[in-house]
Design a protein around this ligand. Sequence first.
Ligand code: WTA
Length: 574
Amino acid sequence: MENVQQERIAATATTPNMRDYENTYASMRWEEVEKQFSWHETGKVNMAYEAVDRHVEQGRGSKTALLYSDASREESYTFADIAAQSSRFANVLRGLGIGKGDRVFIFMPRTPELYFSLMGALKIGAVVGPLFEAFMETAVRDRLQDSEAVAIVTTPALLGRIPRSELPALKHVIVFGDDVPSEEGIVDYRTEMAGASEEAQIEWLGREDGLLLHYTSGSTGKPKGVYHVQNAMIQHYYTGQVVLDLQPDDVYWCTADPGWVTGTSYGIFAPWLNGVTNVIRGGRFSPQDWYATLQKYGVTVWYSAPTAFRMLMGAGDEVVQQYDLSKLRHVLSVGEPLNPEVVRWGLKVYGHRIHDTWWMTETGGQLVCNYPCMTIKPGSMGKPLPGIEAAIIDDNGNELPPNRMGNLAIRTPWPSMMRKIWNNPAKYEEYFRLQGWYVSGDSAYRDEEGYFWFQGRIDDVINTSGERVGPFEVESKLVEHPAIAEAGVIGKPDPMRGEIIKAFISLREGFEPSEELKKEIYTFVKVGLSAHAAPREIEFKDKLPKTRSGKIMRRVLKAWELDLPTGDLSTIED
Ligand code: WTA
């Protein structure tokens, strides 16, 4: 451990938002941050108001809020425009009888309409469930069923993946695009928006009223609905200041999709709560395209993920030199371990340190980070956010001394902490089983200087290209295939994607292993669940290792794969 802790990259710039980490940490009071919001005066709040309409009211309506481009569109919207469009959408929803607390899902590619819909739904106090556009029918069904969503906003291309006959609670499907079918329950976005007023009454909410439902994967069971409330805005705003280092004239780009919590907390709320211009790029990843986006808009603050940085690194240094990235001031990363190699490379080609940040869907906001004013130790996630107490604890809740690996835990509560797991109080309680702590499921250690170092997941959750995949969800899909008797799924280390999904499969009587069958199985998961959940590697086995109670032992599969000792096998079946 000593060796990796030696390397340091000192801070070179100063920033008005945080001049000194230790002093800020010592003096931080959440009560002071809370004074930024309307409930300070009125007792009521609404995320859409604080992030959008407030800027209009305070004379910043003509400031650019959104710079959008994809292969066929290039548009720009002011805060006044977003306020008007989201009000129109709020009126559309109200006209359908939707209101406070109702779950409204958004299932569409990143276009301005996604952002208008999301803000519009928040304006009426609905709880928004954002879904990745890549989700296929099973993934969509599970999430809509669990949440009992009443409405979903989508596009004609995605409509076929919403199994409406299996979703009795779902009353309205709002479709944005050409050729919207005229069917019972289907609403044409464009027609309704054109007829709606640009003035909408904001639904004033309490701090503990709902905001978002983000589904994410665990190691067992179906994806769980992580429920966030309005109060999260305190942390979104504050981390926008001290972690993203947002300043009034910044042009900020977070590359994440709102289907992932990074794409809402930091792709929408943090920049807009701070009144900062937000760049959204639709379409797929390509190094040329991304650098062109940084150049075209003069992006100053850029938040992305290790997988993306590794792919950019793979594309070569020459590509970088073809673009003018001179406006860039601050670069950040989240989602998986950020390799020291990538940090060194970033410094060389961009001339900037890449600042790692650690947090989770459940935490709602950043918790352990590197800050512009602080020395970076490449490979370390950094230090706790001012206002947050992070620790390494053993399984009984005792804090461990420096350099000892254990559970990365956070002292409860903090402003953006999830408030429940939808329909699953027992799951929720598991995170808080050790008195006074939130147990993250990650293992880490803290060095003598207080830097945290990520070591791995404690459970079986797979992190592929920064996306969390639950092995159980993939296994459940696999066993729906007629050839498959049993399946066990693990994450296999991969230099580009962090991990890839590997499936061990035993076949039913009468089926033979073959390369064709592997391809068929891959496609089966890709088409039924989603592309990122499909197993890139498949290995057929006569039998899978199971406990006496019949649970597939992924730990043993992993040990086979990595040539590691299999550990205690006392519970294994004969
Ligand atoms: C992993 C929401 C290493 C970790 C942002 C965590 C990281 C899980 C980092 C959360 C990081 C996230 N270094 N690992 N900086 N950030 N992770 O909810 O295992 O999709 O528990 O992310 O990603 O995944 P989620």
